[in-house]
Write a new protein. Structure first.
Length: 169
């Protein structure tokens, strides 16, 4: 007898157009939270500001900076590459242009795909976490969280010792 597989819960708001002008806080994790993006991790981790990106981390950095050249209505306002995840604020701003505005999902899918192709394997978990930024105060709080995240790595919810804790900003 075939048993029914569990249904994956959607992470996106239903009936929301993710190509609308706005700011989006995105978190993308590596598969199984593997620490692939910093040169040295764990007990011997190089602490910020002297963090050195791994080869994979350097590709992630390059492709994150390049997103703005691929989509002229997309800006990456800030981002941080952590050992096993990436945070970024993506801003979609069409400025009244009639050009097609990509959805956040399209941007993330393309970003993951080009990185995967360059390094020869997919380092990513399925999907990603997003949060629609609703106002300036929220934007500033999230941007500060991103900026100081490396210094707080040992307290981060994605740090191996904290993986049972819930994600919050």
């Amino acid at each position: 007898m075939l048993r029914e597989l569990p249904k994956r819960k959607t992470n996106r708001l239903s009936n929301y157009d993710y190509s609308l002008d706005g700011a989006y806080f995105i978190t993308i994790c590596t598969k199984d939270r593997q620490e692939l993006l910093w040169e040295s991790v764990g007990a011997n981790c190089v602490r910020p500001p002297n963090v050195h990106l791994s080869r994979t981390g350097k590709v992630v950095e390059y492709e994150t900076k390049r997103l703005e050249t691929i989509y002229d209505c997309v800006d990456v306002d800030c981002f941080v590459i952590m050992p096993n995840h990436v945070h970024m604020i993506i801003v979609i701003e069409s400025n009244g242009r009639t050009q097609f505005a990509p959805t956040v999902s399209r941007v993330v899918k393309q970003w993951k795909g080009v990185i995967t192709k360059q390094i020869g394997f997919s380092p990513w978990q399925k999907s990603y976490h997003d949060h629609i930024i609703r106002n300036d105060n929220e934007y500033n709080r999230i941007a500060e969280y991103i900026e100081y995240n490396p210094a707080r790595w040992s307290d981060d919810c994605f740090h191996p010792k904290n993986l049972s804790k819930p994600f919050s900003t």
